[in-house]
Design a protein around this ligand. Structure first.
Ligand SMILES: NC(=O)c1ccc[n+]([C@@H]2O[C@H](COP(=O)([O-])OP(=O)(O)OC[C@H]3O[C@@H](n4cnc5c(N)ncnc54)[C@H](O)[C@@H]3O)[C@@H](O)[C@H]2O)c1
Ligand SMILES: [Zn+2]
Ligand SMILES: [Zn+2]
Length: 370
């Protein structure tokens, strides 16, 4: 099968890999129909996630059709359309039972990290009953794909961890897919203002279309001064960091107001400073963590109710064969005006009979190249 394989810092390739098989009775094999690239995959590509070893099939966001299930899987059967959560959880270890499945002692974020992931034609999902979610018929696959990671992340690690309340002034730093997902989610809590900060004008314009009340391009380094001016020197009630860089870690510390909450979503590959000397008097809270994805069912209901459309985050759709081109687009997201890029596995499937010969020839050529 075709798969995106991490080969070491700066190096990925589209390779031919053996099909996965059921290893445990609680496993399922999913035929991936759509997958996408996360900011965290770029961190892996840069060598910033040491747990993802060379040779790993990357990707932790996907939707597909159940191909096979182990004897211990109760809620899913072959043919079911499913969302693959980026989090694998056993449901019975201490952390799972404490409601922190992202830290499952036998799972957590392992797909596309410590085990092979979703940027492949097929993927093995451990503890399938906990890590898969049925896709309702009325929800398009590419919309459901946004629930594997980014929308639950924006909601759980950004908005809910940020303790956003009705009437709050919120700032979201980083208008990538995750920051924009937090922007969609935060509006359920009726904040008085949402100030989005980024370095890219296209993403900021999109943020404005998606409900930001203020947008700030921090290329001039003036974001802190502008936010303090907007808030009459008070700072914000919730500062959601969705970048993962020491500079933005510093920024959220400078704009947080008395009694506020900093919600850190960003994944750091280097140490970032915490300026307790200026923060300690402000009675603030700092939260951070990995998404649990336990809000997926609630988000599906919200989509079905017509209250949420995460499909608005999709800017590109490409066949899976062009995965490396998609990485290139995502790395140069500013120039390419890219937010969420859907890689479509099935794009080739409805090919007319005449095209099939061409398809087979292309596959043979690909196999001989890799
Ligand atoms: N905690 C979790 O569970 C979890 C889950 C998913 C993703 N993440 C992390 O969330 C972060 C965002 O993910 P993404 O996919 O949106 O990434 P992304 O790289 O697409 O987006 C980051 C955005 O930050 C902006 N940015 C960079 N430097 C900036 C600066 N100095 N000031 C303002 N903006 C700046 C970029 O222009 C970009 O738009 C990543 O660190 C990712 O690893 C965390
Ligand atoms: Zn991710
Ligand atoms: Zn567990």
């Amino acid at each position: 099968m075709k798969a995106v394989v991490y080969e070491g810092p700066g190096n990925i390739r589209l390779a031919d890999r053996p099909l996965p098989s059921l290893l445990e009775p609680t496993d399922a094999i999913i035929r991936v129909t759509k997958t996408t690239i996360c900011g965290t995959d770029l961190a892996i590509l840069k060598g910033g996630v040491p747990s993802a070893a060379p040779g790993r099939i990357i990707g932790h966001e996907g939707v597909g059709v159940v191909e096979a299930v182990g004897k211990g899987v109760r809620h899913f059967k072959a043919g079911d359309r499913v969302i693959i959560s980026c989090i694998t959880s056993c449901g019975s270890c201490e952390n799972c039972r404490r409601g922190i499945p992202s830290n499952c002692t036998d799972g957590g974020w392992i797909l596309g990290n410590t085990i092979d992931g979703c940027q492949a034609e097929f993927v093995r999902v451990p503890f399938a009953d906990n890590g898969l979610y049925h896709i309702p018929t009325a929800v398009p696959e590419e919309v459901a794909l946004m629930l594997s990671d980014i929308v639950p992340t924006g909601l759980e690690v950004g908005v809910m961890a940020g303790n956003v309340q009705f009437g709050d002034v919120v700032s979201i730093v980083g208008a990538g897919p995750v920051g924009l997902a937090a922007l969609l989610a935060v509006q359920f809590f009726s904040p008085a203002a949402v100030i989005v900060v980024d370095l890219d004008d296209f993403r900021l314009a999109l943020a404005q279309r998606l409900g930001a009340t203020h947008i700030i391009n921090n290329a001039d380094g003036q974001a802190v001064a502008k936010i303090m001016e907007l808030t009459n020197g008070r700072g914000v009630d919730a500062a959601i960091e969705a970048v993962g860089h020491p500079l933005t870690c510093k920024l959220v510390q400078e704009i947080i107001g008395v009694g506020g909450t900093i919600a850190n979503i960003g994944v750091y590959s280097q140490s970032a400073e915490l300026n307790k000397q200026s923060l300690w008097t402000k009675n603030i809270t700092i939260r951070m963590g990995v998404v649990n994805t336990t809000t997926i069912p609630l988000l599906l209901k919200t989509i079905l109710g017509g209250k949420l459309d995460p499909g608005q985050l999709i800017t590109h759709r490409l066949p899976f064969d062009e995965a490396l081109h998609a990485y290139d687009l995502f790395v140069h997201a500013g120039k390419e005006r890219a937010v969420k890029i859907v890689l479509d596995m099935a794009a080739e499937e409805p090919a007319a009979e005449a095209d099939l010969v061409d398809l087979i020839v292309r596959r043979i050529m690909q196999a001989s190249r890799s």
